[in-house]
Design a binder for this molecule. Structure first.
Ligand SMILES: O=C(O)CCC(=O)C(=O)O
Length: 312
């Protein structure tokens, strides 16, 4: 399998459309996919609340492999391929007392982040949750890292993911948030508002973005109806290291700062159903364009799971 270099000696892993490293063992038989499946009760819970919590997807050893690659994004070591990232904010809030490292596109830089997008424990449930009632073919949209340093780690303001993604349509998207550290109230655990995946405007549009810096936890309240404010009752997953939450593209979620003595790091994977199209002639991601109306596919949007493999 060929991996093309971005610079001499610096592979661009987006050119490999299959796992390339040792993060997990490849699934080779139909029966081995089956244990990855969610139960009907879990699927029902996802559609009722807009999210599903505490799904084990990585062992501690696998988390540590992924965490080893975090060094490039926390300033401990430089990576020659940083230009491949779609976005990199060493502190998105701009406030040194509320530091949030946020990156997109790291799947291109390291084998572990690349292979994570194909993790069977993630792609099978994603296939079950993208569409109500049947399994879908799953395409990778993009990845994200969110790291909050000890003591002064920042908020992630309440938001719906699809508010940022209307450049792709129709909405058939999903987010998987993998905790790489145990999450607690003190370190800024991810929280959700049950039922908020039904909060839309103007016949199905997402809520507008209220804080592009992710800083102000109160900003969303300025655009909510009285009814939405009354049902704004956050639920905290308290994800353990290696557990994931899966959420609907309209599920309102956010997290407060990290005041604990250790880091709170997460790896986030965003997917959509095969068949989602570009909704813009502008950039879709940094330097990447797909003409409006054309299917999202190709080097940067690989197919990560096709349910046909469970039928053979
Ligand atoms: O890391 C966080 O607290 C927020 C992450 C997030 O927005 C997501 O997983 O979609």
């Amino acid at each position: 399998m060929g991996v093309t270099e971005f610079l001499p000696g610096v592979p661009d892993y987006s050119t490999a459309h299959e796992p390339v490293g040792d993060l997990f063992q490849l699934v080779t038989s139909r029966s081995d996919w089956v244990p990855m499946k969610l139960s009907e009760a879990q699927i029902d819970q996802f559609w009722r609340d807009g999210f599903l919590l505490n799904i084990p997807v990585l062992s501690h050893e696998q988390c540590d492999k992924v965490l080893d690659d975090y060094k490039y994004f926390l300033g401990q070591e430089s990576h020659p391929g940083m230009k491949m990232l779609y976005e990199y904010h060493s502190n998105q809030s701009g406030d040194p007392n509320n530091v949030l490292m946020h990156a997109l596109g790291h799947w291109r830089l390291t084998k572990h982040f690349h292979d994570l997008i194909y993790l069977p424990q993630v792609v099978v449930p994603s296939s079950q949750l993208l569409e109500q009632g049947r399994m879908s073919s799953v395409r990778f949209w993009h990845d994200q890292l969110f790291a909050k340093p000890p003591k002064h780690g920042g908020n992630v303001a309440w938001h719906q993911d699809y508010s940022y993604w209307t450049r792709t349509a129709p909405m058939a998207h999903l987010t998987v948030h993998i905790a790489l550290d145990d999450q607690t109230e003190e370190n800024g655990a991810l929280k959700y508002i049950p039922g908020s995946h039904r909060w839309t405007r103007d016949g199905g549009k997402p809520l507008p973005v209220t804080d592009f810096n992710f800083k102000d936890m109160e900003s969303i309240k300025t655009i909510l109806t009285e009814e939405e404010k009354a049902s704004f009752k956050p639920v905290c997953g308290m994800l353990k290291k290696g557990e994931a939450s899966f959420h609907h593209p309209l599920a309102v979620h956010g997290s407060y700062g990290n005041r604990s003595d250790s880091s709170r790091r997460a790896a986030v994977l965003n997917y959509f159903k095969d068949g989602v199209c570009s909704n813009t002639d502008e950039e879709i991601l940094s330097d990447i364009r797909i003409p409006k109306g054309e299917k999202m596919e190709g080097q940067f949007f690989p197919l990560v799971f096709d349910p046909v493999c469970m039928e053979q």
